[in-house]
Design a protein around this ligand. Structure first.
Ligand code: COA
Length: 495
């Protein structure tokens, strides 16, 4: 774990193809020297292999593809499983490990609406399916309660995501949302909500193909019902409900390795209130530093400095939508938002919730919108204490600078994004956020280091259901360091 790294980041845990990508050869002939080199390049793999004798290590590595090793997959736990042991995922239309032949992009399963079951599979006795009605505040509260007590924690159980009710309204009622895709499992006798999974509709472009997808999120099972193979049942049920709407593809992100990531990004964290992060156990004090030095390191000026920067308003929607759409053409995996969706995601769902979730700013120069950036709020509870960490997550942004025709275009974009994100940090600090989080997606590799983001220990793997495409750069190199040379092809920010 590095200085800023925090376990909560390992949540569910968004091409410009690098040369050689797609050639995911397995290692058939492996020398001791190569093993050592690969292990040096992949500390998590090395950690997993501690204690194994060298013959066993060679054997395991022979079964992994170079791509798998270089994306930082470990072999232990989930990652160690061969395809046969992914009892559920093995039966699903997802790419398999070891199937490394480059094939054309396309669906993995033929679809037929007539074959989709009209009722859900039977649940174990004592439980029943429900469609959670998120127009009913009481039911939003129930999802909130389930997630608050049972959703993603870090590996040391120090922090847990704390999605607020307002957040859930915003995240799960995006334009075109489908009530039937908010799937719950209740105890038949008490009607207590004990499991949940959700989807929202999203149009994705994956390289040159446009897909009508569902974005799957908030899979959560009550702690007492874990390990009972309920997750596959929930996943199949939400799939069935998506299929009923003739939606056959989905995007989801997970912190663990499943068959098979289409990209892997890494979390980065930028302290805004270092002292609080230190006191809550979120950030350690590096042995080479002092508290005072740390506080100074992360100090920010009081006000942003970009000329023309102001809060985004409804009147900016068309201009922001246009800039966003053009900017996103530069990536391989992107959402295709309508003006209405941009309004929902960036203007806090029309500011109709109790609590503000998203902040969006534009830069206006001589009446023209040249840039925008946004971030959203997601707290984490510090378990065992009555404290929360207020985290701002970098959301979507775009800049006209990306379209510069100058030979120094990349440098210009880097300068501009550093200025914008620096202002985003200042604003987030003003709004009392403690930390600013970002992944190695979009053009983030151009500013993470300069803006003093520290690497987290969490990776976020991106998956597509029923769609094959070759690996998309996730903004990290073979050693999981920021890859500003190649950048990232990922342009989807998942909540
Ligand atoms: C994730 C969670 C729902 C899994 O439940 P569980 O009781 O441990 O798992 P089950 O016994 O029901 O099912 C195991 C199967 O689900 C798969 N699975 C587990 N977590 C998964 C995830 N997040 N996404 C997709 N599949 C997952 C496993 O790989 C396994 O399938 P396999 O045999 O093909 O490998 C549960 O641990 C949980 O609620 N955790 C806290 C919230 C969380 O992490 N949510 C996921 C956010 S992405």
């Amino acid at each position: 774990m590095s200085e800023e790294s925090k376990p909560e980041a390992s949540k569910k845990g968004k091409g410009k193809a690098r040369s050689g990508e797609g050639e995911m050869s397995n290692i058939s002939n492996i020398s001791r020297e190569l093993v050592e080199q690969l292990l040096r390049a992949n500390p998590s793999l090395a950690g997993e292999m501690q204690g194994m004798d060298s013959k066993k290590i060679e054997e395991v590595m022979r079964g992994m593809s170079l791509q798998d090793i270089s994306t930082g997959m470990a072999t232990g736990g989930k990652n160690q499983k061969d395809m046969a042991s992914y009892k559920f995922w093995n039966t699903q239309p997802v790419p398999k490990f070891g199937e490394d032949e480059p094939l054309p992009d396309g669906p993995l399963r033929e679809n037929d609406l007539a074959r989709v079951k009209t009722v859900g599979a039977e649940l174990i006795e004592g439980f029943e399916w429900d469609t959670v009605d998120l127009t009913d505040d009481q039911q939003v509260r129930e999802v909130y309660e389930l997630l608050t007590h049972h959703y993603v924690e870090d590996s040391e159980a120090m922090f847990r995501f704390n999605y607020s009710a307002s957040f859930l309204h915003w995240a799960l009622k995006a334009p075109g949302w489908i009530k039937n895709w908010h799937v719950g499992v209740r105890v038949t006798s008490t009607k207590k909500l004990v499991a949940f999974i959700s989807g929202i509709p999203v149009t994705l472009r994956v390289r040159e193909n446009t897909l009508q997808c569902s974005e799957i999120n908030f899979l959560c099972i009550h702690k007492k019902l874990r390990g009972k193979r309920l997750a596959p049942v929930l996943i199949k049920e939400v799939t069935r409900r998506c299929n009923l709407e003739s939606v056959w593809n989905a995007i989801y992100t997970v912190g663990v390795v499943l068959p098979k990531p289409i990209s892997t990004c890494r979390y980065f964290h930028r302290s805004l209130d270092w002292l609080k992060l230190y006191e809550t156990g979120f950030s350690p004090l590096p042995t080479t530093s002092t508290k005072a030095k740390q506080v100074t390191k992360y100090a920010l000026s009081a006000n942003p400095s970009t000329k023309g920067l102001r809060e985004m308003e409804v009147k900016d929607l068309d201009a922001v939508h246009d800039l966003f759409t053009r900017y996103m053409e530069r990536f391989d995996l992107v959402p295709k938002f309508t003006v209405e969706e941009i309004g929902h995601w960036l203007l806090n769902g029309g500011s109709k919730y109790d609590e503000r979730i998203v902040w969006a700013y534009v830069v206006e120069e001589e009446g023209k919108i040249t840039d925008f950036f946004s971030f959203y709020s997601l707290e984490s509870s510090v378990l065992g204490k009555k404290e929360t960490i207020r985290a701002a997550y970098l959301f979507y942004y775009a800049s006209e600078t990306a379209f510069s025709k100058s030979p120094d275009a990349k440098k210009e974009l880097k300068v501009r994004l550093n200025a914008l994100i620096h202002d985003a940090l200042i604003l987030a600090k003003k709004f009392n956020f403690d930390v600013f989080n970002a992944l190695t997606l979009l053009d983030n590799t151009l500013f993470l280091r300069e803006q003093k983001f520290g690497a987290g220990d969490g990776s976020l793997h991106y998956y597509l259901f029923n769609w094959r495409t070759s690996f998309i750069n996730g903004g990290i190199d073979d050693k999981k360091n920021v890859d500003d040379e190649n950048g990232s092809g990922v342009g989807v920010v998942m909540l």
